[in-house]
Structure formats: C-alpha cells, structure tokens
Design a protein around this ligand. Structure first.
Ligand code: MN
Length: 343
C-alpha cells in the first residue's frame, strides 16, 4: 500500500520582503518548486527546492523538464524502500535541490504512513533548535539598524553578510557588535582573497570583536586558501560553497581546511547530507545548517533534519522569515529565534 502512484511538480513564486544582497548577487524573489509524492494509501509527502544558480548551477527551467524522467523512475517504488529510492534520486546529479525535495517528500510520505514525525525518523535527537537571522549587505547605517531590529526581535545569533568591500565590512561588523548583544556569524560568500580574509579577521580581533564563525571567506575551489585563512585567522572557518557532496566533505576534512561545515540540504540531497554529518564527526568538524530561499515548506525539511540528527551548533534557517509568504505551512512552530517541530 506504500507504492508511489503520483508525483506532482508545482512551481511557486515568492517575493522577498526586502531585497536580499550578498556578495555578487541581489535577490528580489524566489522561484521555487514544490514536489508532492502520493502513495497508494492516499498519503502525501511534501518537499521543496529553491534552486540556486549561484551555488549549484540549478534553476527552475532546468528542473521542470525533469518531471517526466522523475515519474518514470520513481512511480511504482515503495516508500518503505526509502534507501533504494534515495539511490535512484542520487542519479539526478546536476540538480541537488531537486534531489532534496524528492528525497524529503519520499521520507515525509513514509513517516505519515508510520505515524511518526520526520524528525523522529532522522533520529529524534531534539524537538527544537535556535536559528540566527541574517543582515544582508547594505550601507553601514542600514546594516546596523537591521541588526538592532533583529536583536530586538529576540534573535541572539546574527549572521552578517560581507565580502564586497573590505574596509566597509570591517566598519559594519564593528559597529553592529557595539550596538547589539549577540553571537556573530560573518559570511563573505567567497568575496575575499585569502590575504584580505586574514586582514579582515585580524583587524576585528585586534578591535576586541568576537566572531563565532567566519563562513566561506574565499572562492569555493580554493581549498588551499581556506586552509590559509583557517590557520592565520583567530576565528573558526566554515565551508559553505566549497561543501556540496560527501566527496567535498572528505577532501575538506583530509586537507584540514575548515573548522565547520555548513550543510544545506539544497546543495547535497538527503543521502549526501547524512554522509557529511558522519564525516564531520569522524574529523571533529563542527556542524551548521543553512538554507537558500526556501519557503516554510522547504525550511521544514532542514528543521526536521537538524532536530532529528542533532549536533548542529549553528542553525541559519531564516529564509521563510524573509519571504512574503501568506501562510506558514511547515510542520514546525516559530517562536522568535526558536523553532519547535510539531508533534
Ligand atoms: Mn553561506
């Protein structure tokens, strides 16, 4: 009774409440796709992909024509054989976000059939996580105002986007840290050279500023550069754009290039994300979970993954808070900075 009988692709469009500016890109809207997997027993599983051209070379126009192939290979499979289904899904190598939506929808359907929460399926480690909220790139005063507002909203971890203007970035992070009381994650989205990144970190350190994580300071292919920053900067360095597959994780770990991994389901798919967690544990690498421009349906995937698996020291799951979404549809409750899975 658990065979997949139908798979529906549903494109959606969300506007950002405020344009989201990071190194080299400004987003005004998110063109996402929901995936609904139906089984014989009438159960439905939900997934969402927010394709990232910048990180994955994936877009909605690339995904939609894959619907026919997805249906060919998945209809008739039984969601109880979810590992086998993930293996089939992993053949869609060039669309990691789609892999996530399909994999999660499969597991979601399986969990409805089993009458358990997806977070329990992934391990049931905890029923809640704390998320940060992000300050996007802007004029220094505007960034400081945003950070103050976020802090007042109840967020105790603030992520600050930098990477386009070294001296202005230093000023912005310095001023934000003086006007707010929070832990800071700084994300350069590959914007610096290794030497600029080290200058940035040493300068802020000399000013007495504490930064919890320095995310992707340099280009994603520059593993040597990441390692250079890691060993010449006082702050822990985190890989984001450099970390997509389990093979990236293995390489980064063997090269001792970073202190933290930022896992995004949309870069990896479910099976690689699970592998990356184990690689991180084997090498004493810390864990963070992030997102693209998912609505609450997509953020739901990461919430249940992070709660179930456990061990995510930093959660950057705030995209649904930045999109103009009429109604939250995730199986979770958001209370300020806290996210609780719905039981
Ligand atoms: Mn990042």
């Amino acid at each position: 009774m658990s065979k997949i009988i139908d798979i529906i692709f549903k494109p959606t469009l969300y506007k950002y409440k405020k344009p989201f500016h990071i190194t080299g890109s400004i987003s005004y809207e998110a063109k996402n796709l929901e995936v609904i997997i139906k089984t014989e027993s009438g159960v439905e599983g939900y997934g969402e992909v927010s394709p990232s051209w910048r990180v994955n070379g994936e877009s909605i126009d690339i995904i939609i024509p894959l619907e026919k192939r997805v249906r060919e290979v998945l209809i008739g499979e039984d969601v109880r054989n979810w590992r086998k289904i993930l293996e089939i899904i992993d053949t869609f190598k060039s669309t990691p976000g789609l892999k996530t939506a399909l994999g999660f929808a499969t597991i979601d359907a399986f969990c409805v059939e089993c009458e358990i929460g997806v977070w329990e399926f992934f391990g049931g480690y905890t029923d809640n996580i704390e998320t940060d909220k992000t300050v996007s790139i802007g004029e220094v005063d505007e960034m400081v105002e945003d950070a103050i507002r976020i802090n007042k909203e109840g967020f105790r971890k603030i992520k600050i986007k930098v990477g386009e203007n070294l001296l202005k970035d230093i000023e912005a992070v310095y001023k934000i840290s003086k006007k707010t009381k929070a832990e800071y994650i700084v994300d350069a989205n590959m914007g610096y050279s290794p030497k600029e990144a080290v200058y940035f970190a040493k300068k802020l350190y000399s000013l007495g500023i504490d930064i919890s994580l320095f995310e992707q300071p340099v280009n994603f292919l520059d593993i040597e550069g990441l390692k250079y920053v890691r060993y010449n900067s006082p702050y822990p360095v985190c890989a984001d754009e450099s970390l997509k597959t389990r093979y990236d994780a293995k390489k980064l770990a063997k090269e001792e290039a970073v202190d933290f991994f930022n896992i995004k389901l949309g870069k990896s798919g479910i099976s690689d994300a699970l592998s990356i967690v184990e690689i991180a544990k084997s090498f004493n690498i810390g864990l963070m979970i992030g997102c693209f421009s998912e609505s609450s349906i997509g953020v739901n995937q990461s919430v249940h993954f992070a709660c179930g698996v456990g061990g995510f020291k930093y959660c950057d799951l705030d995209s649904h808070l930045m999109l103009d979404e009429k109604k939250y549809r995730g199986k979770f409750l958001q209370k300020k900075n806290k996210i609780f899975v719905r039981k």
